[in-house]
Write a protein that binds this ligand. Structure first.
Ligand code: FAD
Length: 327
């Protein structure tokens, strides 16, 4: 069993269905390195631990704890069992988990099992004299708040894309941790159909650049202008709920309180008024650009750059300028 540093931060690494590390892994390990020694937990099916551990080491894990599950079709509970075993071995100052659907499911169950405090949807992590502090953007980004636990270690889910820091690759120890299955009730996968994404655009969650369109696009056909600008910038496509409700684009692209939360480097809002429920999902973007014909639209209150104008006149010129720059 490896010796774990007193300032260890345990990071649950999510994996893609094809077995690779999820895109959230780099940010989680980067956040852990800011406040302590990153220790990655990789939960794998039997025999797949070595490759995943190597990949986690390349992203800056000082130690990798590998837990093998007997039945990978059972959802969440084997991961919670593995986290319990890893936390007992590592004695971390905090546990970091992606704020994904699966991550939140695991985080809640693990926090309840270990009687730990749970801090969700953090956009930053710091350490003060009393321990680890999670930072959150709440009420549609109107307030930044900090949370900490008064007992034990915090379990923190981290918003994907919100952490810029990256940990450098380092010498990594790899340790297998034996996991005792709790056999608690759990859902299991009975059938699995892989959906092959045909889009070459980046995935919205975790994208570095997002171009989003709202009701101002006016129709599904005209919404392709959003996609054209996204392609010119190499960005993912987002949308307001009004655009989704009007059928311009599927719900999976909705940004906001009842959609996806994003924290990209660049967020371009086209024909979006900037309702608080939309802002809740994008206000932590590093640079916000808004194009709207209404100078009083609330989106301009949070925009770093704004164009007051008809998007159907502005965006084609923007695309042409980007194309001209490329040649
Ligand atoms: P509008 O508010 O109608 O704004 C359209 C904008 O386009 C206007 O500002 C207009 O000036 C501009 N415009 C029109 N034509 C042009 C043009 N030619 N050129 C330039 N600009 C133009 N919303 C979300 O987005 N995400 C959520 O997750 C979400 N969750 C919600 C949850 C709840 C419980 C509730 C009550 C609401 C939620 N909403 C959410 C809805 C939200 O309140 C707004 O209704 C919605 O965001 C408005 O979308 P919009 O900005 O596209 O449309």
């Amino acid at each position: 069993m490896a010796d774990y540093e007193a300032d260890s931060i345990l990071v649950l690494i999510e994996r893609t269905p094809s077995g690779g590390l999820a895109a959230s892994a780099a940010g989680l390990l980067g956040a852990a390195a800011l406040v302590g020694t990153p220790v990655a937990l990789v939960v794998t099916e039997a025999g797949a631990g070595a490759a995943a551990a190597k990949a986690a080491g390349a992203l800056g894990a000082a130690h990798v704890v590998v837990a093998e599950t007997a039945d990978p079709s059972i959802l969440s509970m084997p991961v919670v069992d593995a986290l319990v075993a890893a936390a007992e071995a590592v004695r971390p100052d905090a546990v970091l988990i992606s704020n994904s659907i699966a991550g939140r499911d695991v985080a809640g169950a693990f926090a309840a099992r270990t009687r730990s405090g749970l801090a969700v949807d953090a956009i930053g992590i710091s350490r003060d004299v009393e321990g680890i502090v999670a930072h959150h953007s709440v009420y549609g980004g109107a307030y930044n708040v900090a949370s900490a636990v008064t007992w034990g270690f915090p379990v923190i889910t981290v918003r994907q894309g919100s952490i810029e820091a990256r940990a450098g690759a380092r010498e990594t120890t790899v340790t297998a941790v034996p996991v005792t299955a709790s056999d608690r009730p759990a859902a299991s996968i009975v059938a699995f159909d892989e959906t092959i994404a045909v889009s070459s655009r980046p995935e919205l969650r975790g994208a570095a650049k997002v171009v989003a369109g709202g009701r101002g696009l006016g129709s599904e056909e005209q919404f392709t202008l959003v996609e054209q600008l996204a392609d010119a910038l190499g960005a993912a496509v987002g949308a307001s709920r009004a655009a989704v409700d009007a059928g311009y684009i599927p719900h999976s692209h909705q940004v906001g309180q009842t959609g996806v939360s994003v924290a990209p480097e660049l967020y371009v809002a086209l024909g979006i008024s900037g309702a608080i429920q939309h802002r809740a999902g994008m206000q932590t973007a590093k640079t916000i650009v808004a194009i709207n014909k209404d100078a009083d639209a609330p989106i301009f209150e949070i925009a770093d750059f704004g164009v007051v104008g008809d998007l159907f006149a502005v965006v084609p010129r923007l695309i042409a300028a980007l194309d001209a720059k490329r040649v």
